[in-house]
Design a protein around this ligand. Sequence first.
Ligand code: DAH
Length: 341
Amino acid sequence: MVKNELKSIKILAQKEIEKAKNLKELNRVFKKYLGKKGKLSLILGSLKELPLEERKKIGKKANELKNVLEGKFDKKIQEIRKQAKKGIGKKEWVDVTIPGKKIALGHLHPLTLIKREVCQIFQQMGFEVVEGPEIETEWYNFDALNIPKDHPARDEWDTLWLRQNKLLLRTHTSPVQIRYMEKHKPPLRIIALGKVFRHEATDASHEMQFYQVEGLMVGKEISVANFKAVIQEFFGKFFKKPIKVRLSPDYFSFTEPSFDISITCVVCGGKGCSVCKRTGWLEMMGAGTVHPSVFKNSGLDPKNWQGFAFGMGLDRLAMMKYKINDIRLFHSGDLRFLKQF
Ligand code: DAH
């Protein structure tokens, strides 16, 4: 009788252990057979009531079965835990109330932001945005701009020469003036933005690569008065406050007369601070009225046309606007810097 019972326990218990899908179910099976009132536990508890001979035989079988089942339970527990780790057998469940993961969006480099803003302001004043090559010929970068070989003005630009055909990395955006006037008849209003290169030691305010914006306006009667109005309007819009512009005499081979342009210090408002070196003025750009030779070199008759040109560092504009104290940060790739924009 008891022997048969053990047989059926063996078969059923093993099947149920095998079927259990989680620890809760397995625990129920354990209780059913090996718990205090479990089927096998009850048999083991009642052994003492059996005659000695039978007690020995059945006792041995029952204990063996107990060991077997315990082994099976252990094995199954490991299996369930492993599956749970893999996520198999876990009920899939979506909590729709949890806020979604934010997708990290990229954003624009501070110089790109400035570039776009400068373009927008000049476009509103009717200027067209044009481009020129970064690798230039000696002619466009120097000669056509009235800076002949051996002229001391060339020393102002520490040039990176390329080995072939007297090519160079443009030292300024001014060659775009010539390139544009060769192909377009005035009246014209353009700005050209882009990278320029100088063979210079770097420090907080000098880089080997930086950006410039070049401006050129040519017509029958374009004068310095027009220039002053345009540039004052630009700075006012760019810094979002009224800005005074100061013209002082300077020298550039491609303009005559030439000016150095300063604006009231945007940090102290003109009172004098460390940024403007206590002068109340910030030097922002070079400018002047287009030199007759520049018109000639572009195929235009200087008797028919006059105009102004200017060139300014975009990096410097960005540094003023965002109060950045080291130009090298722009190309550092430092995320702590970039994430602030
Ligand atoms: N190209 C000059 C430089 O890089 C800046 C400049 C001065 C541009 C006067 C001009 C200008 O168009 O008229 O230093």
